[in-house]
Design a protein. Structure first.
Length: 340
């Protein structure tokens, strides 16, 4: 199975453990980004995982490519150009102190990508799936045009498409997001979101939901799933995070849409968090994988939720787990006992 993803990979700088930024003069340097994280998971699970982006032709850009290749991701179609790689500083929260992210990504290489330089019809050749997120069109008019062209080409080639809304308030406003994303969804099969994405990125209120309290009411999402499907998609997956604290969350998801006779509910996990960044991407990858290999929708949803749960336990953006580990958790083995 060939899956194509398109987006920005960034240099991630983080202090040790749960320290504050520059509490000690040490920052670990890794790489990550929404679509890159999805590509890595799918590569670990045996897919032909193709990642498309634009990186500067210098040592940091080279290191980003090496990081992707080390995880099994194909980088043949990565463009080289521009002056800088986007950077983000990630500080892990604990207890009542939330995690925080500081972006330094303005004028990054991908923000000035030439939309005409990508032959999407050729790039989609042989692909089963195309995935992108709402972060990429938020980077500027040129990446937004690339996303629109890619989705149109995928639709024309009968390639299944998924779009993770991934609203980022530090990148654009709700009104900007809604004006851009509504037209894009006509060429999307599967939308992935959380409650804030639905409200901010699409302007669809979920009655009785307050993202700051962490209370979850799955029945409240049935109406908004219908609203999303009216824009074009046939499936809508919504991750449900109960934010008890920065250290402890409840984690589950639902899947609905015009392609299903009812809204499906997943299993729920109580999670002690090591690093929550990338958990939504692990969920997206799990749903892509399960659906593409022909799992029943409820089984694909259970696989995706288990993949996201495991990512919470792994520092860094990438979800370095096997299919067998995800399947074992999805089947009910959540004890955490030593495997030997």
């Amino acid at each position: 199975m060939k899956v194509v993803t398109f987006g920005e990979i960034m240099l991630r700088l983080s202090p040790p453990g749960i320290e504050r930024l520059l509490q000690s003069p040490t920052l670990s340097a890794t790489f990550g980004g929404a679509e890159a994280n999805v590509a890595v998971s799918l590569a670990h699970w045996g897919c032909e995982s193709v990642y498309i982006t634009r990186l500067p032709a210098h040592a940091i850009g080279d290191a980003a490519i090496r990081a992707l290749r080390a995880e099994g991701v194909r980088t043949d179609d990565v463009q080289r150009g521009g002056e800088r790689l986007g950077v983000y500083f990630a500080e892990s929260g604990a207890s009542q102190r939330p995690s925080t992210v500081v972006y330094d990504r303005a004028y990054s290489a991908i923000s000035d990508i030439d939309p005409t330089s990508l032959d999407w019809a050729q790039l989609m050749r042989g692909a089963s799936w195309f995935h992108v997120s709402g972060i990429t069109p938020a980077l500027g008019p040129k990446p937004a045009r690339c996303v629109a062209d890619a989705l149109a080409a995928a639709h024309a080639a009968r390639v299944t498409t998924s779009f993770d809304l991934n609203f980022r308030r530090k990148l654009w406003s709700p009104s900007e997001a809604q004006a851009t994303l509504h037209p894009l969804l006509k060429n999307v099969n599967l939308v992935i979101a959380n409650e804030e994405d639905l409200q901010s990125a699409l302007g669809f209120d979920v009655a009785g939901i307050d993202v700051k309290t962490g209370r979850v009411n799955t029945a409240a999402y049935r109406g908004v799933i219908r609203q999303v499907c009216e824009l074009g998609p046939t499936l809508v997956a919504i991750t449900l995070r109960e934010s008890i604290s920065a250290s402890d969350n409840g984690w589950s998801a639902i899947l609905g849409g015009s392609a299903l006779p009812e809204v499906l509910e997943s299993q729920r996990y109580d999670i002690r968090i090591a690093d929550r960044i990338g958990a939504g991407d692990a969920f997206a990858a799990g749903l892509i994988y399960g659906t593409a290999i022909g799992q029943a929708p409820i089984e694909a949803l259970r696989f995706a939720v288990a993949a996201g749960a495991l990512k919470h336990t792994i520092p860094g953006d990438f979800n370095r787990v096997s299919v067998e580990e995800v399947e074992r958790l999805a089947a009910g083995d959540a004890s955490g006992r030593v495997q030997r």
